[in-house]
Design a protein around this ligand. Structure first.
Ligand code: SF4
Length: 79
């Protein structure tokens, strides 16, 4: 596996959030936009069950640094 060891995955069974902390620019966009999922004061700071998948995808795609990304589990399973 060539993936950086600090990369973390959070899944709700439908989608998986991929978090690469070394890329995060702390723009605060995610925790202001969807605080029920992203809360930097919590550990772990991502609560994947805090919102519907569609809302999570919408927020993740707004991350300006690329630290947050996602994939759909069903599509990953087919590969
Ligand atoms: S939106 Fe992206 S860059 Fe900004 S704090 Fe969240 S993960 Fe980090």
């Amino acid at each position: 596996m060539s993936e950086d060891q600090t990369t973390k995955h959070y899944t709700n069974g439908e989608i998986t959030i991929v978090w690469q902390p070394q890329l995060c620019k702390h723009a605060t966009k995610c925790w202001k936009g969807l605080p029920t999922v992203f809360d930097y004061q919590k550990r772990p700071w991502i609560t994947i069950d805090g919102a519907e998948s569609a809302a999570i995808i919408n927020q993740v795609t707004q991350c300006p640094s690329g630290a947050l990304s996602f994939f759909k589990n069903a599509e990953a399973d087919q590969q």
